[in-house]
Every structure is written in structure tokens, then in C-alpha cells.
Design a protein around this ligand. Structure first.
Ligand code: ATP
Ligand code: MG
Length: 276
């Protein structure tokens, strides 16, 4: 699943790490690929990513096997991360002259032999070669949209890029999921934006939106996801709920919010069913 939006600061990284942690806590094996030179997803998962660490840069530019850079995430069983270092900032240019420059990540993932239920790729805020590599490698796109005034600006360009990649490089790629983030129900603007997005993308938008929450924004400074930092917080519960929707969609089961939070055994079962 490619988590993409060229608009900066809309919740790509936050959604990637917290959805991945939610899926892993329910028993799935999940790999987060950090494809942003900022390395925010690596930080949030408590993974070292100074410039000496073997990273996704080595995979893309030096053809190093993905298995040599993947690290287990501390505290969450079944969750793994391929970190990004600052080297990746140069990759956008270095890739230009390499053979099969758009499909290097796809090849690396195909050669990766560890069993996985989900791979989530955190993209940088641009539509350059790194994001194209993610879109060629991925099966579906998840677009986080921040509920504010400029939310829909740039979305057309993003959708056109998905179409281009589908037309030329990855015929199966589609936008499967839109997640509304930093939702503040007290403001009329947030609900107007949410309504507008839902009216345009009624099938793709998850019923669960992610509230604006201080706990969510604090968690990365402890190298944690909100799921481990404050498991009972509204932010944590909403990411769990969103992950459950994604898992159930994977097997074509209609999500029913009335039956959400019915006990961990049920959710564990449905999550792992969703991954098969
Ligand atoms: P970039 O484009 O730079 O990669 P991004 O799209 O990955 O940004 P994030 O880094 O996930 O966005 O989020 C941007 C900022 O908003 C971060 O400081 C993050 O902690 C904060 N944030 C994200 N989601 C929430 C939320 N639901 N409530 C409060 N703060 C949030
Ligand atoms: Mg980010």
C-alpha cells in the first residue's frame, strides 16, 4: 500500500506507522518502507537511521537486497522497517541515470522472501522518482487528506499521476483508500471538507477519520507509535478502527462500525482473515 500525497504535512507518515502498528498488533506481519529522505517513519518506529545505517537508499541505488536493510521494530512483534537515511535525498537524481529507474523498488520487493501480510510505503511530499518507484511497486494507493481548506488542491495532479503509472508501468494500481486526518469536529470547515471529500470519493473514504490529537503528535518524539505510547487514547483507537476497515476491505467484508471494538479475539480473527 503506497501512502502518498505530494502535499506536505498531511499525515502520511503518521498514518503509515500507526496503521502498520495496528495491523501488526492484530497479528499481521507488516513491513514499513520509509521512502522519505526525512526518515520520519524510521524515527517514529524507533529505528536508527544515521548515515551509516544500511537503508532503502542502498536498495534503490546500490541494488542491495531488501533483507539486508530491514530491521525489526522494537516492542511490536511482526512489525519491520526498512529505514531511510539522508542519502536518499540524492537518490531522486542518482536514479535518473540507472537502468529500470522506475522499477527498482518493485524488483527489490519481489526478491524479498520473508512472509508478509502488508507492506506500507511512506512517500515523500513530491511526485518524483521515489514516489513513482512506490507506485510501480504497490498494489494500491492510500491518500491521507488533512481536513483543511487547501485539502483538495493538488489532488487532481496526484490522481493523474496514479493514472499515468497505471497506464504505463503498473496496470493494477488504483486509489483504494482515502483517510481523513487531523479532523477537528468542532470546526465547520473540517466537516465541510470531509463532506466534500466523501461526496467525490464515496467508496474510497474510510468511515473512520483520525481526530486531531496531541497524543498522536507526541508519540514520535519517544520513538513510538501512538498505539504503544497511549493505547487508550482517541488517536490510538481511531487508527485501530481505520486499520480494521482496511483489513476487512481486503476480503470484501462490509465494515460495520456498530460491531467495532467487540473484543480483541474477534478483531484478531478478522484482521488476520483480512490479510489472506
Ligand atoms: P511530510 O509531507 O513532511 O512527509 P506527512 O504528510 O508525513 O509530512 P506527518 O509527518 O505525518 O505528515 O504529520 C505532520 C505533522 O502533523 C506532524 O508533526 C505530526 O505529528 C502531526 N500530526 C499528524 N497527524 C496528527 C493528528 N491526527 N493530530 C495531531 N497532530 C498530527
Ligand atoms: Mg512524512
Amino acid at each position: 500500500m503506497v501512502v502518498a500525497n505530494q502535499k506536505g504535512g498531511v499525515g502520511k507518515t503518521t498514518s503509515t506507522v500507526n496503521l502498520a502498528a495496528s495491523l501488526a498488533l492484530h497479528g499481521a506481519r507488516v513491513l514499513v518502507i520509509d521512502l522519505d529522505p526525512q526518515g520520519n517513519a524510521s524515527t517514529a518506529l524507533g529505528i536508527d537511521h544515521h548515515s551509516e545505517v544500511p537503508s532503502i537508499y542502498d536498495v534503490l541505488v546500490e541494488s542491495r537486497p531488501l533483507s539486508e536493510v530491514v530491521q525489526p521494530v522494537p516492542d511490536i512483534e511482526g512489525l519491520f522497517c526498512a529505514p531511510a537515511t539522508i542519502d536518499l535525498a540524492g537518490a531522486e537524481i542518482e536514479l535518473v541515470s540507472l537502468v529500470a529507474r522506475e522499477s527498482r523498488l518493485q524488483r527489490a520487493i519481489q526478491a524479498y522472501e520473508q512472509p508478509l501480510d502488508y507492506i506500507l510505503i511512506d512517500c515523500p511530499p513530491s511526485l518524483g522518482l521515489l514516489t513513482v518507484n512506490a507506485m510501480v511497486a504497490g498494489a494500491e494507493v492510500l491518500i491521507p487528506i488533512q481536513c483543511e481548506y487547501y485539502a483538495l488542491e493538488g489532488l487532481g495532479q496526484l490522481l493523474r499521476n496514479v493514472d499515468l503509472v497505471r497506464g504505463h508501468l503498473n496496470p493494477d494500481l488504483h486509489v483504494s483508500t482515502i483517510l481523513l486526518t487531523m479532523y477537528d469536529g468542532r470546526t465547520r470547515l473540517a466537516s465541510q471538507v470531509a463532506d466534500e471529500v466523501r461526496s467525490h470519493f464515496s467508496r474510497e473514504v474510510l468511515r473512520t477519520s483520525i481526530p486531531r490529537s496531541v497524543r498522536i503528535s507526541e508519540a514520535p518524539s519517544y520513538g513510538q507509535t501512538v498505539l504503544t505510547y497511549d493505547p487508550g487514547s482517541s488517536g490510538s483507537l481511531s487508527y485501530l478502527e481505520a486499520a480494521r476497515e482496511i483489513a476487512l476491505r481486503g476480503v470484501g467484508v462490509r465494515y460495520d462500525p456498530q460491531h467495532a471494538h467487540t473484543g480483541s479475539q474477534n478483531s484478531q480473527q478478522s484482521m488476520s482473515e483480512g490479510t489472506q
